[in-house]
Ligand binder design. Structure first.
Ligand SMILES: Cc1ncc(C[n+]2csc(CCOP(=O)(O)OP(=O)(O)O)c2C)c(N)n1
Length: 394
């Protein structure tokens, strides 16, 4: 794959070994001891196809058919509209704590676009756009974020895993599934998505090493959105570029402009083909930005400079894709306006289904943790039920 560094400050190209290797700072003697002239740290490339102004690099454009481009665009708009709606619902008391994904729509849709239904997807908690693409329903996701276990039910016909709030913990099982697929000889791929913060967790290191050693058909997508709650990604790791983690494990890797839907699709397609062909895992660092709150329990104004947010507004993944679609004559500004309204209507209709389904029974509060309630909880339950009755609540 060729690279482009157009309008980007970072430098693509092979990773140079700059640090001394032994405590004496003598790289040469260590290399000789190991019988090598030089340690190959692998190479890393940057990928950008559609720049922030919507100008495409023609040589790299995957030239998807118009119908596919429209499907992808609608999914990105739906992701954003659902994000906005769920945030409003949370503020109005109709939704539990929720992790917005504003600005990460290209990363989300691009990473699952090349997967088949039989491939496996292990999302992070901020991946609801990708989940929608995979076949999760809007009302189901609303239920999930409102705390109903029914919302976690995996839709029939897709191989997705539930996300975990314990940061990074889902990456180990995802690699386990991929190793199992390889040993059974089936032809599917696992794609696992996690954040820059998660990449510091021990389990992610172990998972990447296992995947490399056992040539597990696993694609790692590290969605670097600049922040792990209040920790900026530059404080997250000793290496400036998280993509360098991949070659260190012997995993072929690429860094992608995560706000560029075409680059995300091309990179993920390549990664999935690589894994499916039995060549082992692949690692993608998708560089994007968390435009909104970490969760609805967060206020980023206390720890980050709003000018940074403004700078990323200019890199909006939807705006640049709409410019590209308009230039190609696929969708006009009026079409995009109409699609936005249609998505909004679909979300509002799904909200009605959600409202029908979200009928919590307060009497069940004590019922799901224990098969048999311990004595002290039984006492509390009885007191609580008496209180409900006094208040005239069902
Ligand atoms: C093991 C563990 N440690 C800490 C937390 C608290 N926590 C929740 S989200 C989060 C930040 C994760 O950041 P990142 O992986 O970059 O993903 P993002 O939220 O930015 O999508 C932390 C530290 C947790 N849930 N689990």
């Amino acid at each position: 794959m060729t690279t482009t560094s157009k309008s980007r400050s970072r430098k693509p190209g092979p990773v140079e070994m700059t640090a001394p290797l032994d405590s004496d700072g003598d790289a040469g003697s260590t290399a000789r001891t190991m019988g090598q002239d030089k340690i190959d740290l692998g190479s890393v490339t940057d990928l950008s196809i559609l720049d922030a102004n919507g100008t495409v690099d023609n040589a790299l454009d995957p030239k998807l058919p118009a119908a596919e481009l429209k499907r992808i665009h609608r999914a990105m708009v739906m992701t954003r509209k659902l994000d906005e709606r769920m945030l409003r619902m949370q503020r109005q008391g109709e939704m539990g704590t929720f992790a917005p994904g504003l600005g990460q729509e290209a990363t989300q849709i691009g990473q699952v676009y090349p997967l088949t239904k039989d491939d496996w997807y292990s999302p992070s908690y901020r991946s609801f756009g990708a989940q929608l693409w995979r076949g999760w329903t809007i009302d189901g996701l609303m239920l999930l974020w409102d705390g109903y276990f029914e919302g976690f039910t995996i839709p029939d016909g897709i191989n997705d895993l539930p996300f975990s709030i314990v940061i990074g913990s889902h990456v180990g099982p995802a690699v386990g599934v991929a190793m199992g697929m390889r040993s059974r000889g089936d032809n599917n791929v696992m794609l696992v998505n996690y954040g820059d913060g998660a990449s510091s967790q021990g389990i992610v290191a172990e998972a990447m090493n296992f995947a490399a050693v056992y040539k597990a058909p696993c694609v790692f997508v590290c969605e670097n959105n600049g922040w792990a709650i209040s920790v900026p990604s530059e404080n997250q790791a000793g290496v400036r570029e998280l993509v360098r983690r991949g070659p260190a494990y012997g995993i072929e890797s690429i860094r992608v402009d995560g706000n560029d839907i075409l680059a995300m699709i091309v990179a993920t397609q390549r990664a999935v083909e690589h894994a499916r062909a039995g060549k082992g895992p692949y690692y993608i660092e998708a560089q994007t930005y968390r435009m909104s709150l970490h969760t609805t329990a967060d206020d980023p104004k206390v720890y980050r400079d709003e000018t940074q947010v403004k700078q990323w507004e200019a890199k909006c993944p939807i705006a640049r894709f709409e410019t590209y679609l308009a230039t190609k004559g696929v969708l006009s500004e009026a079409d995009c306006e109409r699609i936005g309204q249609e998505c909004e209507q679909e979300i509002l209709a799904s909200r009605e289904v959600f409202r029908e389904r979200a009928r919590a029974n307060p009497r069940e509060v004590f019922d799901y943790m224990f098969d048999e309630l311990p004595a002290e909880l039984l006492e509390q339950k009885e007191e609580y039920l008496r209180k409900l009755e006094r208040k005239g609540l069902e």
